[in-house]
Design a protein around this ligand. Structure first.
Ligand code: WTA
Length: 668
């Protein structure tokens, strides 16, 4: 949003009065049993963060070498557990081997049915087995030249090998960058280029609603793509390791591509875990920002693991017998922190599902819950709204009584969906944890603790230990309770991003310059009289479409890279199912006729450039876009047009009023 258009006041109109105290018998058995207990621990963690986190890091993790200093803070650069050495894979696997957890299931996997009508495949992998697989694959990585500090790009379906690949990288001290399997060859190439990755780990294909997603083919294409100057984007790639999954035909380039299963025959299962510095990079995960180029969010070792381990245990009140199902794909941060690292560090059983929630039928999730006896379900509001639309008959067909706790993440949950989730899925007995956090924060930041915090539909409630959020005005001053403002975090926390890969300046600008001395989240927020945080959505040009973060600028640059497009502006419009939908206003080059075929072409073009998740829902052609006299596109007006609301507010800087009139009447 141009500087002159910043919202001065973010108002939230949502008034939700219902309060749901934690069920008594739930509290009795949970780790944190009362609000008073939470407050005491929280206040400690804020008053003396170093003592608090030092204690947690010592209790929770196995260190090869103790740290010298808990926190070194030179704004905006944090180092946690300075001088300490540990290994993430060791903490997720080896440490459980001489305990009763050794033969417990680490992962329970349900595959997408390869053919409609057939049940999905099933695999259960114990901690001991997972340890063995990770050690073997770590040796495969080494055999293929991957070393400590090198980057590996992971582009896999939701199969156990995705977790194996991540943990194997962590074991040898390599840095992984997982790219969501729904992203395009272009996205893969851009990420390889930015991270300078040496190796790609992929599969022949993945299943999606019975069809095969040609992952290896996309990688092949990615490895041939050039930048604008004609230089190969992915020139750093030396090897491609290919998992056989869908058994579709693929090209194997001699000398470069190797089969995962063949490589396994050539290694043993002995692979010591590297002793990594607490601040050694663990992973890079690319996410949308308000400019065209995705940001490589960097997370490191010790602080990240302490925070995700602790938050998994307390937010989901993990108990020994739980079966934890986080439905996120490992291509997103939620999959990193709450499918893989958080649950495994806790010795929990994590369920992984490969496919779509409505394949072969809309009861797939409920079938899985019943089949395995899932106790904790963590999913996204957009999925919940889809379930509502598909109808109660689908969950009603199944016994969901194993569930004891529900969670949501990814976007604000509307109270109607919250109540539906509570009643229809949770049978009114399961608390709901609405967890607010970001790729950048690494782990959950604002959340109820299910045995302690009374919940209200639509709010993520109160901060997690060690997190100090505040709602501030444009000058950075706290606003009174009840008023809207920008959400900032005042103090560093262990799992915070350490920077953007290779771009210190952008890190500083994007997060630490908007509000002096604080981390700026990009979200608008309001605190109610009880101090609960109500997120009202992004205030920069990042949209949340079906729980996926998409930068409007990214979609715009994809659109203008098509030779028919002169100019494009992308805005969000409220959407009942997806939260927000993408609306693109496009001016075509002279002589190009605006019609449905161009519209289709542009939508496919965006899918090719970024991935199907970023396809505009609506493309509107315009002869011109509304601009200020200084030439900035007035997105505020476009948003109102897209939403079909009346144009309100100041239009005095508008250059040409006729443009507005034409746009408003061009609605389909
Ligand atoms: C939004 C996902 C309201 C928010 C873990 C944030 C939420 C962005 C919630 C991060 C929630 C996430 N309530 N809004 N419980 N959780 N968001 O990086 O706008 O994919 O800034 O991380 O999602 O999305 P990201």
């Amino acid at each position: 949003m141009p500087a002159n258009e910043k919202p001065v006041n973010i108002t939230s109109y949502l008034q939700e009065e219902r309060v749901f105290p934690p069920p008594k018998d739930f509290s009795k058995r949970s780790h944190i049993k009362s609000l008073a207990h939470y407050r005491k621990l929280y206040n400690d963690s804020i008053r003396s963060p170093e003592a608090f986190w030092g204690r947690q890091a010592k209790n929770e993790l196995v260190w090869f070498k103790p740290w010298k200093k808990v926190l070194q803070w030179k704004e905006p650069f944090a180092k946690w557990f300075v001088g300490g050495k540990l290994n993430v894979a060791y903490n997720c696997l080896d440490r459980h081997l001489n305990t009763p957890t050794a033969n417990k299931a680490a992962l329970i996997w349900e595959g997408e049915p390869a053919t409609p009508g057939k049940p999905g495949e099933e695999r259960t992998i114990t901690y001991k087995q997972l340890h063995r697989e990770v050690c073997q694959f770590a040796n495969v990585l080494k055999r293929n030249g991957l070393k400590r500090g090198d980057r590996a790009l992971i582009y896999l379906p939701m199969v156990p090998e995705a977790a194996v690949a991540m943990l194997a990288c962590a074991r040898i001290g390599a840095v992984h960058s997982v790219v969501f399997g729904g992203f395009s060859a272009q996205s893969v190439a851009d990420r390889i280029h930015d991270s300078q990755a040496r190796l790609v780990i992929t599969a022949d294909g993945g299943f999606r609603r019975g069809a095969v997603v040609p992952l290896k083919k996309n990688v092949d294409e990615a490895l041939t793509l050039n930048d604008e100057r004609g230089n190969l984007l992915a020139k750093t790639i030396e090897k491609v390791i290919v998992l056989r999954r869908a058994c579709n035909e693929v090209h194997i380039e001699a000398g470069r591509d190797v089969w995962w299963h063949r490589e396994l025959d050539r290694v043993d299962a002995h692979c010591p875990a590297e002793k990594m510095d607490s601040e050694a990079p663990l992973f890079i995960l690319y996410t949308s920002g308000s400019t065209g180029k995705p940001k490589g969010i960097l997370h490191t070792t010790g602080g990240y693991l302490v925070h995700v381990k602790l938050s998994t245990r307390y937010v989901f009140d993990l108990q020994e017998t739980d079966l934890f199902w986080c439905t996120a794909d490992i291509g997103w941060v939620t999959g990193h922190s709450y499918v893989v690292y958080g649950p495994l560090a806790n010795g929990a059983t994590s369920l992984m599902y490969e496919g779509a929630p409505n394949f072969p039928e809309p009861d797939r999730f409920w079938r899985i819950v019943e089949k395995y006896g899932v106790t904790i379900l963590y999913t996204a509001p957009t999925a919940i709204r889809a379930f509502m639309k598909w109808g109660v008959e689908w969950p009603k067909k199944h016994d969901l009584s194993s569930l004891r706790l529900l969670g949501t993440v990814g976007e604000p949950i509307n109270p109607e969906a919250w109540i539906w989730y509570h009643e229809t899925i949770g049978g009114k007995r399961c608390p709901i944890v609405d967890t607010w956090w970001q790729t950048e924060t690494g782990g959950i930041m604002i959340t109820p603790l299910p045995g302690a915090t009374p919940t209200k539909p639509g709010t993520a409630t109160l901060p997690f230990f060690g997190v100090l959020p505040e709602v501030v005005d444009d000058k950075g001053n706290p606003v009174p309770r009840g008023s809207g403002g920008k959400l900032v975090i005042r103090k560093p926390w262990p799992s915070m991003l350490r920077g953007l890969w290779g771009d210190r300046k952008r890190y500083q600008e994007a997060y630490w310059s908007e509000v002096k001395g604080s981390y700026f989240t990009g979200d608008g927020c309001r605190q109610d009289k009880d101090g609960y945080f109500w997120i009202v959505g992004r205030i920069d040009d990042v949209l949340n479409v079906a729980g996926h973060r998409i930068g409007t600028a990214e979609v715009e640059s994809a659109l203008v890279s098509n030779h028919k497009v002169a100019e494009a502006a992308v805005v969000g419009r409220p959407d009942e199912l997806k939260g927000q939908a993408l609306v693109a206003f496009v001016t075509l080059k002279g002589g190009v006729k605006a019609d449905q075929s161009v519209r289709d072409e542009l939508r496919n073009h965006v899918a090719k450039e970024i991935g199907p998740v970023a396809k505009p829902d609506d493309i509107r052609f315009a002869e011109a876009l509304p601009k200020t006299r200084s030439g900035k596109i007035m997105r505020r007006l476009l948003k109102q047009i897209a939403a079909g609301t009346e144009i309100k507010g100041d239009t005095t800087t508008l250059e040409d009023f006729n443009v507005l009139a034409r746009l408003s009447s061009s609605e389909e």
